[in-house]
Design a binder for this molecule. Structure first.
Ligand code: PLP
Length: 386
């Protein structure tokens, strides 16, 4: 199987698996204990905290471990809800549901800021929305299209209004350089399984000096910011994945991934008529390709690709299976037919150039086959009779 769905989740790095095993097999101690094995667990957590902090340019004390990226986002928005005065919550229209559902379920009015057709935040609309706002949340890169947002500019504007900023950097961390100091971020969410760590462990960066209101109350772990006995094995593996991600970025992994993605895209776009790329071609994650295929239903295409051994997604993982166009593509003004014919292909550094080439050939063949059997609107079900 050629795995090209790394924006949904990544394969765990063997080194991260190895790192977690002793904390499952040998040392099960509670890191809050007073005995030697507890202290070893505590030390391992603190080492992991250092690696995660280094990946985003933070200090170790600014990292809070959580149970998922979703929890990190909810914690960040909860604290902003609690600690800011009156005003609206300003978010981009293309945020992940972790952000959108949270703000929609709260008591504040919410302003969703539009994006341009290229998928990037409309900064003048954003500036207008900041008037009368309490806080803002803008993602670093979109999970569906991979489009990198003008975060530094948005934060500059938010600062003019004195607004605190959360950024959902869950798709950006480990793929591009993320630096909380350079971008003057207050709160930043990340998730281990998006950069070859385990699922079910995330982290929240909380800028030193920022007031914090915990979402989970209890035993006071994580300096009172996130109660609950720590997932030692998961945290250690996240730290190891972060350490390798930092090294990979330093050693040009992003460029190698971009080369693979670009080779795939070029082959497919040259080999298939009526194929368009969605999103800003320059400002996007190096691993993500978002393509629409005229007269081609993405649901049928995914089945054919799966049969031929390629795993990828239609839109975001959360949306696949649902038959409505994604809110991201709607916000970009992509027409419904084009939206329903779009594929998200997302690489990682564990892929090879050979896989990119084979996947492109398989995609070209699958599009051709689907167009033949789908014919004049017969629909994707017909592929089974082909
Ligand atoms: C941009 C973004 N935010 C939040 C999440 C949720 O992260 P998690 O799956 O770790 O809860 C995801 C996962 O798909 C994501 O891509």
């Amino acid at each position: 199987m050629i795995y090209l769905d790394s924006n949904a989740t990544t394969a765990m790095l063997p080194e991260a698996v190895e790192a977690m095993l002793p904390w499952l097999r040998v040392n099960h101690a509670n890191p809050s204990g007073t005995y030697r094995t507890s202290k070893l667990a505590r030390t391992a957590i603190e080492e992991a905290r250092g690696h995660v902090a280094a990946l985003i340019g933070a200090d170790a004390g600014e990292i809070v471990f959580t149970g998922t990226g979703t929890e990190s986002v909810n914690m960040a928005l909860h604290t902003l809800d609690e600690l800011t005065g009156e005003g609206t919550a300003v978010v981009s229209a293309i945020e992940h549901s972790a952000v959108l559902r949270f703000v929609e379920s709260g008591k504040r009015d919410v302003k969703q800021v539009s994006v341009h057709a290229d998928g990037r935040l409309d900064l003048s609309a954003f500036r207008a929305a900041c008037e009368g706002a309490a806080y803002v949340s803008v993602m670093a890169a979109n999970n569906e299209t991979g489009v990198i947002q003008p975060l530094a500019e948005a934060i500059g504007i938010a600062r003019e209004f004195g607004l605190p900023v959360h950024t959902d950097a869950i798709q950006a961390v480990g793929k591009i350089d993320v630096d909380v100091r350079r971008d003057r971020i207050d709160l930043l969410s990340l998730s281990a399984h998006k950069f070859h760590g385990p699922k079910g462990v995330g982290a929240l960066y909380v800028r030193s000096g920022l007031d914090f209101s915990p979402l989970l109350q209890g035993g006071g772990q994580e300096s009172g910011r996130r109660s609950g006995t720590e997932n030692v094995a998961g945290i250690v593996a996240m730290g190891e994945a972060a350490r390798w991600a930092s090294l990979a970025l330093e050693n040009g992994a992003a460029e190698r991934i971009r080369d693979m993605r670009d080779a795939f895209e070029q082959m497919v776009m040259e080999g298939v008529s009526g194929c368009v790329r969605n999103g800003d071609p320059a400002f996007r994650l190096p691993n993500t390709s978002h393509l629409s295929f005229e007269s081609c239903d993405a649901a049928g295409l995914l089945i054919l690709l799966d049969e031929a051994g390629v795993a990828c997604s239609a839109g975001s993982a959360c949306m696949s299976g649902k038959r409505k166009p994604s809110h991201v593509q709607l916000a970009m003004g992509i027409p419904e037919a084009r939206s329903k014919s779009s594929l998200r292909v997302s690489f990682s550094r564990l892929n090879t150039p050979d896989e990119a080439e084979r996947a492109a050939a398989i995609t070209i063949a699958a599009v051709g086959k689907l167009r033949r059997v789908q014919g004049n609107g017969i629909g994707p079900v017909a592929i089974y009779t082909a």
